[in-house]
Each structure stands twice: as structure tokens, then as C-alpha cells.
Design a protein. Structure first.
Length: 350
């Protein structure tokens, strides 16, 4: 696209956009940083434009790729028809697949892609609103006024099926359990007489796993959860018993930590190796999946002195920082450690 000459305040970004490239289209991807803090994706279909539905799909997938590249800021997208390979901005034609004065946009706060009018802040509710993590799955979100949370599902079901759906959603999006393990848990609960619609839940699990795998394909090679995994391994090496998914609340978390210490003792770990603990439970993961970061709890072993607890907290923060995570802590023994920028992206194990 040698004839496209952005102004000096623009910076072109090199990124592949296979959904457009497969159709022979060319993509212009640039940002206004640090001035306006926004990105733009323009897709140029050469000589012949596909139908509006195809344009919409390709544009959504391209914006999702751009958001995976840098989702900190809003992204706008437009589709154009170009008469030839050498694109001239004066000869291009705006295809307007969403109607006049409308464009496709990615909202960095809502983590959603939808159609907006120029100059407006809200999505056009008559158009599909798509969660970034569902691109390519056909799923849409009907709540443009709130951030997308994969644990939220609005379909009406009977109580038993709804409860089981919530469990399955958590098992999948938390990312600790394989598809086979989750399938076994579903069958165990059905056999126990939980009274839910087994066929519906199994289909839901398959659909949700496919949705998550589609999201995983666009995650960075090293996610924040990979960094968290390494940080927790580092803590365990340094004498802090660090436990992920330690139950569903603080009481269960403490029991999980006690079990982990007992298992370490049975495995032959020296009795004086651990001098502190660190953990988080499922409510903390729910918060992270809702885009609010991850909270970590910590404590000292065998001491109630504030100085010993603070020592544990500092060591936890140090382990996080060494893996590239950014903890936020006030240095007090009675305050949990926050990792506000952590994006929960834990891949489903094979």
C-alpha cells in the first residue's frame, strides 16, 4: 500500500491479518499513540467487495487480532473497496456495511466489539455485539453496558441445570482441568442425582470448550498465568507454600494450604523449609476473569508477628516482579496483594 501516506503523528504497525489476507484484501493498521491513544484498522478489498455479512465477519476477526496485539486502547475499523493493488486514499470507496455514519469498534473497557455511530460512545444495540474472546464461535453478548465476563451466561434454565452450567463454566475458564476431567465431573454429578439436564450440560461444555480454544488461539505465547505459574514455583522454592485455586473461599483456602503442607511433608520436604504461605481461591479467580485483577493472600507460618507477615508479603511481591507481573501492595500485614493488571488467560490442559 505504497500510496497510503499517514501523517507524521501516525505509526504503522506490522501485524498479519489472515481473515482479510485470505480474501486478497490489504490491511492498514496504525495508531495515534501517544497523542490520542487509539488504533485504526482499515481493510481494503481489491476490485470486488464481498457481501455485507462477510465484510462484518472479516472486520470483527481483524479487530480481535488487533485487540490481542494491544487491547489497552480503543480500536476503530472501516472497510473500503479499492480499484487496484496500488491503493490511493482518494480513489477508495467506503463500503458502509453497517450503514451510514457507522463504524466497527473495539471497546477496551468492555472487551467487546460492536457497531457505533461516529461521535457516539454506546454500541448500536440493533447490531451484534461480540465479546473479543468469542470471535469465530458465533456467540454474542447481549449486555453492551457491562464488561464481558465468560462466567456470565444469561440463558434461562431450571435451577439444577443453571447451577451445573455455572460449575462447568468455572471449570473451563479457570483453566486447570482437561476436557476429559471436566466430562468425568459432569457424569459424576449426574450419577449423584443432581437433577440437571445431562445432554444440555454436555453440549454446553463442548460449546464452551470450543469457545475457549478459539480465544486461546489469539492469546499471547506467554500469558500472565504462565508468569503466575513461574512466580508460584519460585515462591515454593524459596520457602513459601504457594497454592493456586485454594478452594472457594478463605476457610477452604486455609484447609487447602494445610493439605499442601501435609503433602510436602509426606513427600520428604524438610520440616523447616516453609516459613510462609500464599494462595488465592475461586472468588479471586472470578474477579480476575471479570477484568479486575487478582488478589493474593499470604501469611507467616508459626508466627503472628506483623514483621514476619510483612516479610512473606515482600517475598511474594519480589517473586511476582521477577516474572514480569506488577503487584500493588501497601506493605501492611493485614492487606492482600493485588495484581491489578493481570489478565486471566490459563490454557486448558491437554
Amino acid at each position: 500500500m505504497s500510496d497510503i501516506q499517514p501523517s507524521s503523528v501516525l505509526t504503522n504497525v506490522k501485524l498479519a491479518f489472515p481473515p482479510a489476507e485470505r480474501l486478497g484484501a490489504k490491511v492498514e493498521y496504525y495508531h495515534f499513540l501517544p497523542h490520542d491513544k487509539s488504533y485504526t484498522v482499515n481493510v481494503y478489498f481489491i476490485r470486488q467487495a464481498p457481501d455485507a455479512a462477510t465484510i462484518d465477519r472479516v472486520m470483527r476477526e481483524c479487530l480481535a487480532l488487533a485487540a490481542a496485539h494491544d487491547g489497552r486502547f480503543p480500536i476503530s475499523g472501516d472497510a473500503y473497496l479499492a480499484p487496484g493493488d496500488d491503493i490511493d486514499v482518494h480513489e477508495r470507496k467506503n463500503l458502509l456495511p453497517w450503514g451510514k455514519d457507522r463504524f466497527l469498534g473495539f471497546d477496551a473497557d468492555l472487551r467487546q466489539i460492536g457497531v457505533r455511530r461516529y461521535g457516539k460512545k454506546l454500541f448500536d444495540e440493533k447490531q451484534a455485539i461480540t465479546a473479543v474472546d468469542t470471535i469465530g464461535t458465533g456467540d454474542t453478548v447481549d449486555h453492551p453496558d457491562r464488561p464481558f465476563n465468560p462466567l456470565v451466561d444469561g440463558e434461562e434454565l431450571d435451577d439444577a441445570t443453571s447451577d451445573q452450567r455455572a460449575l462447568v463454566n468455572e471449570w473451563i475458564w479457570y483453566g486447570y482441568s482437561s476436557a476429559e476431567v471436566i466430562g468425568g465431573w459432569i457424569e459424576e454429578n449426574a450419577a449423584a442425582g443432581d437433577g440437571f439436564d445431562l445432554a444440555w450440560i454436555q453440549a454446553f461444555a463442548e460449546r464452551t470448550l470450543a469457545r475457549k480454544r478459539a480465544a486461546e488461539a489469539q492469546w499471547p505465547e506467554v500469558t500472565d498465568n504462565d508468569r503466575l505459574e513461574r512466580a508460584f514455583a519460585r515462591m515454593n522454592e524459596q520457602g513459601i507454600c504457594a497454592v493456586q485455586w485454594a478452594g472457594n473461599d478463605m476457610d477452604e483456602a486455609l484447609e487447602a494450604v494445610i493439605d499442601a503442607l501435609r503433602e510436602a511433608d509426606e513427600a520428604g520436604v524438610a520440616e523447616d523449609h516453609y516459613w510462609g504461605v500464599c494462595f488465592f481461591h475461586s472468588q479471586d479467580m472470578d474477579r480476575a476473569l471479570d477484568g479486575q485483577g487478582l488478589l493474593l493472600a499470604f501469611d507467616a507460618i508459626g508466627s503472628e508477628a506483623a514483621a514476619d507477615m510483612v516479610r512473606v508479603g515482600r517475598k511474594v511481591c519480589d517473586a511476582l516482579e521477577q516474572e514480569g507481573l506488577k503487584p500493588n501492595w501497601n506493605g501492611r500485614a493485614n492487606s492482600r496483594i493485588d495484581v491489578p493488571s493481570l489478565r486471566w488467560q490459563r490454557r486448558t490442559p491437554a
